[in-house]
Structure formats: structure tokens, C-alpha cells
Design a protein around this ligand. Structure first.
Ligand code: DC
Length: 239
């Protein structure tokens, strides 16, 4: 073995990025994959939602960029694992898991996520989640902007109709109310906004594997992602 063949004593922490639009099943799939791999999990959307919620509670004008940036920088957010459930999310010491999931918080999150300064204020915080043994990062720009050197990249998508139906079911389970037609309209509007924004628009990284989850059960998607990770890991070892 020559010096160049020697294994790197400090290989980078592996990252699997899972990007895609809301309702693609990203959150559920990412969490399940993280659990199966025993890796950490970053719900980057929760950071944008928490910034939106904290800004609204402090009466910050959504047009006041400097104030939004201060809120994003100072965000006091904590994720607490709950077995068999989504992690509980605390902002400023208060549990806000439900308040973060409402459509109004999502809409404000989408608006502030289009502001480059707000995105920049959240970059270091997101990268800090990259810890051993590995990280599954769920978002819109995980593979393109936050972790461009990620080991594995997936772009998960589904038809707008399928995504609206999933969201409807999810909200009903959480006791929140919304009509299917409103959700579809909301999803299409948010997609257009997320894809058209100048910074970090929603698009697959050039080296991402695109998976369309329309008509697929969660377990089938999780299996495909895990198989992809295993195949890539084997390629890298062989290469
Ligand atoms: O994934 P989500 O619905 O919780 O995300 C909330 C909003 O934040 C959504 O409109 C897109 C935005 N977002 C983003 O711009 N970049 C990310 N990495 C994650 C979410």
C-alpha cells in the first residue's frame, strides 16, 4: 500500500441530503432513514418556520430584513426526541411543535426563506448538525448550497395532487383543519415561490438521484434511499 492508498484517518462526516417540495414525503422518509442508519437528523424547514414564528411573536415587520436576520441569528431552538413520534420542538424554552406546523407559519416561513440575508444567517447553524456518525439533512437546498459535498443526494418529488392529499391526512391526524382544494392551491403557490426565488431556488442538485414518490408507500421510498446509500458506500469503498 502506498501513502496515497492509506485510508484517510479523518474521513469527512457522511451526509445524506434529501431535498424536495413540501408534501413529497421528505420529512417522514428522512426521519425514518436517519433512524435506520443511526444518524443525526436536520429538519431545516423547522429553522425557517421557527424564525417565522419567533418574528411574528415579537411583532417584527416581515419587510424589516435587519430585524429578521437578528431573530434568525439569535434563534433559541431545541429538538427533543420522542420515541415513535416527531421530535418536540422548543423555541425560547416553549414547546411550539404544533404552532410550527400551521399553514400560516408555513406561509410566513416561505416568504422569509426568499430573503438572502435570512438564509445566510442560518447557514452555520445548519452545518453544525454535521456530526458523527452521519447526518440526514432534509430541506430545499441541502444538496445544492448547505452540503454541496454531501456523500449521498436525493431529490424527492411527487405530483401536486398526491402531496395535497398527504398534507390533508397529516393535518387531520394532528387535529388541524384545511380543505383539499385550499391545500392544493397553497402547495402550487409555495412551489412557484420556492422555485422562482433568486437565492437557493428549489431544484435538484446536478448529482442528486431523483425519486418520484407518487403512488409509493413510505416504506418503499425508505428502502430505495437505504439501497442507494448502501450501493454508493460500496462503490466508494471499491473505488
Ligand atoms: O419543509 P417545510 O415545509 O417545513 O419548510 C418551510 C418553508 O421553508 C418552505 O416554504 C420552504 C422553506 N425552506 C427553505 O427555503 N429551505 C430549506 N432548506 C427548508 C425550508
Amino acid at each position: 500500500m502506498t501513502a496515497t492508498d492509506a485510508p484517510d484517518p479523518h474521513p469527512p462526516v457522511p451526509v445524506l441530503t434529501i431535498d424536495g417540495p413540501s408534501g413529497s414525503g421528505k420529512g417522514t422518509v428522512s426521519r425514518a432513514v436517519a433512524e435506520r442508519l443511526g444518524w443525526h437528523f436536520l429538519d431545516s424547514g423547522a429553522l425557517y418556520r421557527a424564525t417565522a414564528l419567533a418574528a411574528r411573536r415579537r411583532g417584527v415587520d416581515p419587510g424589516d430584513i435587519a430585524a429578521l436576520v437578528s431573530v434568525a441569528r439569535a434563534l433559541d431552538i431545541r429538538f427533543v426526541d420522542r420515541p415513535g413520534d416527531d421530535p418536540a420542538i422548543f423555541v425560547d424554552g416553549e414547546e411550539v411543535s404544533r404552532a410550527l406546523r400551521t399553514e400560516s407559519t408555513g406561509a410566513l416561513a416561505s416568504t422569509i426563506a426568499a430573503i438572502p440575508e435570512v438564509r445566510a444567517a442560518l447557514v452555520a447553524r445548519q452545518r453544525a448538525f454535521r456530526q458523527r456518525p452521519g447526518l440526514v439533512a432534509d430541506g430545499r437546498d441541502m444538496g445544492t448550497v448547505i452540503f454541496p459535498d454531501a456523500t449521498f443526494k436525493v431529490f424527492l418529488t411527487a405530483s401536486p395532487g398526491a402531496r395535497a392529499e398527504r398534507r390533508h391526512k397529516q393535518l387531520k391526524q394532528k387535529g388541524l383543519d384545511a380543505t383539499l382544494a385550499d391545500l392544493l392551491q397553497d402547495i402550487e403557490a409555495r412551489d412557484a415561490r420556492d422555485a422562482a426565488r433568486a437565492v437557493a431556488p428549489l431544484r435538484p442538485a446536478a448529482d442528486a438521484v431523483v425519486i418520484d414518490s407518487t403512488g409509493l408507500e413510505v416504506e418503499a421510498v425508505v428502502d430505495r434511499v437505504l439501497r442507494l446509500v448502501a450501493a454508493r458506500a460500496a462503490d466508494r469503498t471499491a473505488g
